[in-house]
Design a protein around this ligand. Sequence first.
Ligand code: PLP
Length: 438
Amino acid sequence: EKFLQNYYDAHPKSLAMYEKAKEILPLGVTSNIRANKPFPFFVEKAGGSKVWDIDGNEYIDCQCSFGPTMIGHNHPVLSKAVIEQIGKGVDYAIPYENERVVAELLRERYPFMDMVRFSCSGTEGTMHALRVARAYTAKDKIIKLEGGFHGAHDSVLWSIHPDVAQAGPADAPTSVCMSAGVPSCLADTVITVPFNDIEALERAIAANKGQIAAFILEPIMANSTVILPKENYLDKVRAITTRENIVLIFDEVICGARVSYHGAAGKVGVTPDLVVVSKAIGGGYPISAFGGKREIMQHIEVDTEHCGTFGGNPLSICAAKTVLGKILTKEATESLIKKADKTFEEMKGMLKKAGVTSRLKHIGAMGSINFGITEVNNYRDMAKQDSDMWFKFYISMLNRGVIMQGGDATETIFFSLQHTDEDFEKILTAFKATVETL
Ligand code: PLP
């Protein structure tokens, strides 16, 4: 088709580099999700709101590295701070003051974070949060959402994007392992429930009475496109998990700092026991933090392992201190959210005018579009979307110089602090022209 041919025509060097990379890197990439169809383009450099590829194409970047570069690329205030830090050393593995300072900055946003620990990735954050929850409750099983992504460790690589034909009934899904190499004996420890269904949660808990250590979820789903919690769903989740002595873990790896200054917990007004944050708080440098109730976190002081050579490294901590303290201020966050609201609403109007059956949902500085469907309350609703139309949309936007999101129909659109008014206008112009072809 023409849109694909245009993509091939614009990326000859990337195609050649991809073929070469595949000889030594499985799938030619460093993270499976980056092996976009028909082939990924290769980056030359990034700066501000833009990315340039090795074929000389310029893009406005709304993928924002899957979330971390919410402040845009190479933000001058961040780069200056990190360069200064390089002069003072990039890795100590010995305590220093800024670790505590960043923990306090996080506590300002999440007042329930009595204690905090740092790691380098979202995966490590959820892994450690689940471990400390299991230690605290002395229970093994966990509950997660169908369609919920929490990173690459064995406890959570279940039912991320399962084939619904193999995943059992919608209101009592089977946990489907998403990777070979995960021990099958873990199947009994991971219970999967649909989002926005309190009865299904109650049934899952009753069937595993007294055995559930934690319920981990994104309070606002952002990995099965954006799905909002129904009214009172999270309040009820909070009440049930308290009643059952189940540690409630909010995975805010994406939502943190993005849906509001006080994260998703602040936005929805529900307090979890533990929260995991990452991505946006580091401005592109690798960092995650998990924390919450003192009595849970204190297990780390008694019997529970949390460690990592690069955890709390001075560059990442310096980045988080600068991002949280100086760049992603309340005012900056609110101003970006206002611009995002306006842009997404204009997109909605364009989809409607072009007569494209679709659902556009947005909150804070993120949003997503599902083609061919109009309502999504959980993963299975989302899975009915028209992925072929999404693919045409995605490639056509690339052809018009906009990276709308990661190269998969389940991903999310992100806007950054460095998107200018001119960028938003260009995005909307490309969007209008693209949806008219759909
Ligand atoms: N949790 C959520 C909600 C995520 O979106 C991701 C990554 O996209 C992770 C955890 C894992 O983070 P990382 O890729 O840094 O390990």
